[in-house]
Ligand binder design. Structure first.
Ligand SMILES: *Cc1c(COP(=O)(O)O)cnc(C)c1O
Length: 250
């Protein structure tokens, strides 16, 4: 057998292990273990979410609606966007992978920061793209340095704000200025997995809403503050043309 050279040489992403597994290995009581590795919500899901899932159980013999009609419309309404500005994925991790499908290929370049979220380098390499890692600024993103790393070959630039694993964030004004400065030929992916934890979150969604940038994709998730990591629901918000391309590659 001949494996894909890309997959063969891919570093393995090691996720936080389930509590039960660690308890078994070390002979500990699972109740005494607190897991911090995956940023799961320690408060658990909302009782309303549990009720909704329970009511749905009678329908699990049916395939889901691939177009996610009801959730997409409800979310679009909440965000003040149109349904065609939203794409859902199996967790926001799948949105990151869809970016690879839709934008990357051999010789494409991907710009990230040192200490970036572990999935970005994996996506870049999976599609044979070249990873350009910009040195960090006190463990955070050096946005000026990242802009300077863009070449005609650059297809995607990833910024997690707040960042995982370092917990840093960039000032809102710097982020807006950065998003407005990235050249048109590059997709800016701002990963907002922890957006809802910020008391003064940056307003990037209005940039998409007002059509001021068509090359901006915001990535959010129901896994973190909403405590629904097990349901695998993430989404991207962007210009309708970008969203259509992401859905095509799914
Ligand atoms: C947790 C996390 C994700 C992925 O979460 P999903 O469960 O796949 O939605 C994406 N980006 C960052 C920065 C994260 O911390």
């Amino acid at each position: 057998m001949q494996f894909s050279s890309v997959v063969r040489d891919l570093p393995v992403y090691i996720p936080g292990r389930p509590i039960e597994e660690v308890a078994r290995e070390y002979g500990l009581d699972p109740k005494e273990i607190i897991k911090l590795a995956s940023n799961e919500n320690p408060l658990g899901p909302s009782p309303l979410a549990v009720k909704a899932v329970r009511a749905f159980l009678r329908k699990i013999h049916l395939y889901p609606d691939g177009n996610v009609f009801y959730l997409k419309n409800a979310l679009a309404h909440k965000l003040g966007m149109k349904p065609e500005n939203i794409v859902f994925g199996n967790g926001s991790n799948e949105i990151l992978e869809l970016v690879g499908h839709a934008f990357l290929e051999r010789n494409a370049e991907v710009v990230v920061s040192r200490y970036c979220f572990a999935v970005y380098p994996i996506v870049a390499r999976l599609f044979g793209a070249k990873l350009v890692e910009v040195p960090d600024l006190n463990y955070g993103h050096d946005l000026t340095g990242m802009l300077a790393a863009i070449t005609p070959e650059t297809r995607v630039i990833f910024v997690a704000n707040p960042n995982n694993p370092t917990g840093t964030r960039v000032p809102n004004e710097s982020l807006v200025k950065f998003v407005m400065s990235v050249p048109d030929h590059v997709l800016v992916v701002v990963d907002e997995a922890y957006f809802e934890y910020l008391e003064d979150p940056p307003d990037l969604i209005s940039i998409i809403r007002e059509g001021r940038r068509t090359n901006l994709l915001l990535v959010r998730t129901f896994s973190k503050i909403y405590g629904l990591a097990g349901l695998r629901i993430g989404y991207g918000i962007g210009d309708a043309r970008v969203i259509a391309m992401l859905e095509k590659g799914a």
